[in-house]
Design a binder for this molecule. Structure first.
Ligand SMILES: [Ca+2]
Ligand SMILES: [Ca+2]
Ligand SMILES: [Ca+2]
Length: 303
């Protein structure tokens, strides 16, 4: 009984924190839980660039100034694309932190942090990072305002590449630390998907059906492949992928319909779907239709 209740509580926590979070890191970037302190000379490493989620799904009470507002490579102050995110926007905040054990020489490190949702802005200026600390994690101590060189020094050896949903940093630290704050949208992922309504036109001999069948095959699947064999599920005995895409209704019928569309979107070389085929299959086998049905609203690049 207690174990069962614990499982339910954990599941709820996962469900409520599943949006806008850091989804992966690469290079020397590592995700950590919000630490006790990111004050100067407290959380130090000569390789690890720490990244953590700060406030999630917060509604801005006032416009928020950001220094970078568009994808690109930023390694000079003249590259910056300052903007303000309007009051009322629901955002999530994340901090990238690099602070070395200073032993007389500068230390460089680099890494990539990828987010679940699209990036609205990046804050790198010393005063702007200070001014956005109200978005910090509860329980984390931040530097007092005015710490010199707290942000990224784009006129020195710091470089920031910003993509739709990732940031790659090359940071050099000396006596001072580097803080880069990333502001993401909430429940607004990057990427593309083609919906069940697109894939269901897979039966027939007209031009559209022939095109759709070719698109199934380009994704690596035959429209007549078996649904259950493809996903390892027990939904509808003998149903094909094409029949799965054509199922109407809710519950398991909705899950099956979205499963087909998500797997084909993840597998097709011309669709920039946010999940891998393996991730789609794992969600389907776990019965989690919500995520793939949300993603089905992304724009479809195919005709
Ligand atoms: Ca230090
Ligand atoms: Ca630096
Ligand atoms: Ca700095």
């Amino acid at each position: 009984m207690y174990i069962r209740m614990l499982v339910v509580v954990v599941a709820l926590l996962v469900a409520t924190s599943a949006r806008s979070e850091i989804v992966s890191t690469g290079g020397n970037a590592v995700q950590i839980a919000p630490p006790a302190s990111v004050d100067f000379d407290v959380l130090q490493s000569n390789t690890a660039i720490r990244a953590f989620n700060e406030q999630q799904a917060a509604t801005l009470a006032a416009p928020l100034a950001v220094n970078i507002s568009a994808p690109g490579i930023y390694d000079d102050p003249s590259d910056l694309t300052p903007a303000t995110i309007p009051a009322g926007t629901v955002i999530s905040s994340h901090l990238i932190h690099f602070d070395i054990f200073f032993e007389g020489a500068a230390v460089e490190s680099s890494g990539t942090v990828t987010f679940r949702d699209r990036i609205l802005g990046v804050i790198v200026g010393d005063a702007d990072v200070d001014a956005s600390d109200f978005l910090g994690a509860a329980g984390t101590t931040y530097p007092a305002a005015g710490v010199q060189f707290r942000g990224a020094e784009l006129d020195e050896n710091d470089l920031i590449e910003v993509g739709c949903d990732f940031v790659r940093v090359e940071l050099e630290s000396f006596q001072f630390l580097d803080h880069v704050r990333v502001i993401t949208a909430h429940d607004d992922p990057c990427g593309q998907a083609c919906s069940p309504g697109f894939w269901k036109q897979c039966d027939g001999n007209d031009a559209k059906a022939r095109r759709r069948i070719a698109q199934f095959l380009a994704a690596g699947y035959s429209p007549t492949a078996k649904l259950n064999a493809t996903f390892g599920t027990t939904f509808f005995p003998n149903a094909t992928l094409c029949e799965g895409a054509n199922l109407n209704g809710g519950g398991v019928r909705s899950l099956a319909r979205h499963a087909v569309a998500a797997l084909l979107s993840a597998s097709h070389p011309d669709i920039d779907y946010p999940l891998t085929p393996e991730e789609v299959i794992a969600l389907v086998r776990a019965g989690r239709a919500g995520r793939i049905s949300d993603l089905a609203e992304l724009p479809c690049p195919l005709k």
